[in-house]
Design a protein around this ligand. Structure first.
Ligand code: BTN
Length: 262
């Protein structure tokens, strides 16, 4: 892969010809070597990618970008408290949407909470954040379907930049993503981990295709909540109001959007 703009932004970027999982590899390196904040590992051939909720993440070599970023979030006030980490994967989804708007119509882009990036209503990018316990660090991984053809799609609900008619240029997407992610996280930290004050919450709300929708949420334990997604709270949790009027704050889960009528 030729990534001049990405290397200009992050000179220490680690480009790998192949990696089992950029998240796993970067987390191992961080544990063994204590890597600095914003270390980036990228490949277009990920052979054993990890998805959310213990799923796999599959893409044929050369068809998708797998990028992991180590975040060790801290400001003058000290390390970011763990309970404020929830906004970091949301920031990754927002950053990817901003980056993809260089190659796809911005109006076609949004995200399904917590951070499935959608193009034309189908998933074009998934984000998986994995904490490194005891280090105050998190690896934020994003997999973006770039040149993938319809035949190569892992599931019918997925899409790619190429299928949506966009320019599947890895450097444009990667450089945009890294620039946006770095900026959003820096502003979030400057604001002391206050997503409202940093502007992150407003941008996330504007791009969140889940808000206002009828949703079905399967929680990690298997419990299902059905209702209307009403808001993102101060910790980036999704608030879902069920028919009995109870508001549920969801920190993790698998969300399905009900089909819109018409
Ligand atoms: C999802 O299930 O939607 C999340 C998918 C996350 C995939 C990315 S690709 C780069 C990074 N490395 C991994 O093993 N997974 C993430």
């Amino acid at each position: 892969m030729h990534l001049p703009a990405s290397f200009a932004l992050v000179p220490g970027l680690r480009l790998s010809a192949s990696s089992p999982s950029t998240n796993a590899e970067l987390a191992d390196l961080a544990r063994e070597q204590g890597l600095p904040d914003f270390t980036v590992l990228v490949t277009d051939d990920q052979t054993a990618g990890r998805g959310r909720l213990d799923r796999t993440w599959i893409a044929p070599p050369g068809s998708a970008l797998a990028v992991s970023v180590l975040l060790v979030p801290a400001s003058d006030a000290g390390p970011l408290p763990l309970e404020r980490f929830g906004w970091l994967p949301v920031a990754a989804g927002v950053a990817m949407i901003e980056a993809l708007s260089a190659v796809l119509p911005a109006a076609s882009l949004g995200f399904k909470w917590p951070n499935d990036v959608l193009a034309g209503g189908r998933k074009v990018c998934g984000v998986l954040a994995e904490l490194i316990p005891g280090r105050g660090a998190v690896v934020v991984g994003a997999g973006v379907n770039l040149a993938m053809t319809r035949e190569q799609l892992p599931v019918a609900s997925a899409t790619s930049v190429a299928i949506e008619g966009g320019r599947a240029d890895p450097d444009t997407v990667l450089a945009g993503y890294l620039e946006w992610l770095r900026g959003l996280v820096a502003r979030y930290l400057e604001a002391g981990g206050d997503a409202e004050a940093s502007g992150l919450a407003q941008r996330a709300r504007a791009l969140c295709a889940t808000l206002g929708r009828e949703v079905r949420v399967e929680l990690p334990g298997g419990t299902v909540i059905e209702g209307t997604a009403t808001a993102l709270d101060a910790d980036a949790r999704l608030l879902v109001r069920s028919e009995d009027g109870v508001e549920h704050a969801v920190a993790a889960g698998d969300v399905t959007h009900a089909r819109l009528a018409g």
